[in-house]
Design a protein around this ligand. Structure first.
Ligand code: PMT
Length: 219
């Protein structure tokens, strides 16, 4: 039974896409719907956790008992996360954060003129790595959206970002990952791994959180 597996645990997670403005009416984003992150928030609250959900723009209802903070850009998501990170026991980065933002956001709507145009982009801060490097550090779980060599890239992110665990999904599989109702996860930590086969995102959320609960030492 899941009922009290996360009782008294403070859990923060990110969900959804970020939007990086180009001008007042346009942005760069991705296909994340927020379904995986919201399923995790719902499951964590049902398991007794005190849940803070930092989300990009999505069309989903806030799960019962969950504290929700809405943001748009990666920078706003980072600020919202760092504002409440102290005293969190678990952090899960499920958001599909844009790796780049537009170097100079135009103050007015960009008019069309020449046949081609170029947008200069600059790297966004890495939210997960920033949390993992924080002085009082929660148990940090990343996601990895990959299209090939899933284990290699997931383990590389685990090590490079100094994470405790990473949940990898192969987003090239039809019906899984971005915007789908189902997903499959391959979970890796320093000295182990577990495959969570394809099922609906809420079932997967309960399974991933159960696995996390066996690894954390409750404060
Ligand atoms: O929202 P859904 O439609 O339900 O789809 C779910 C999902 C496919 C978006 C989700 O399962 C998922 O894989 N989320 C992570 C997507 C992603 O951006 O993966 P990544 O491999 O690019 O990033 C690796 C990790 O670093 C992620 O935990 C990400 O949140 C984090 N990151 C990335 C860039 C950045 N600037 N800051 C970050 O924190």
């Amino acid at each position: 039974s899941h009922a009290n597996a996360l009782k008294g645990v403070k859990l923060m997670l990110t969900a959804g896409p970020t939007r990086e403005a180009i001008d007042p009416v346009r942005y760069i984003s991705n296909h994340s719907s927020g379904k995986m992150g919201f399923a995790l928030a719902r499951a964590a609250a049902a398991m007794g956790a005190e849940v803070t959900l930092i989300t990009g723009p999505v069309t989903l209802q806030t799960p019962p008992g969950v504290q929700r903070v809405n943001v748009e850009s990666a920078q706003q998501m980072l600020d919202a996360v760092m504002d409440k990170i102290d005293n969190q026991d678990i952090f899960i980065g499920c958001a599909a954060v844009a790796d780049y933002r537009v170097a100079e956001v135009a103050s007015g709507k960009i008019k069309k003129s020449s046949e081609t145009m170029q947008l200069a982009l600059v790297r966004n801060p890495d939210i997960l790595a920033t949390v993992a490097a924080h002085e009082v550090r929660p148990f940090v779980v990343g996601f990895a959206a990959e299209t090939h060599d899933v284990e290699t890239y997931a383990r590389d992110k685990l090590n490079r970002k100094n994470l405790d665990m990473i949940a990898a999904n192969d987003v090239s599989v039809p019906g899984q990952g971005f915007n789908a109702d189902t997903n499959a996860l391959r979970v890796f930590w320093r000295d182990g791994h577990q495959d969570l086969p394809a099922t609906d995102k809420l079932s997967l959320a309960f399974q991933l959180l159960s696995l996390i609960s066996t690894k954390i030492t409750k404060k």
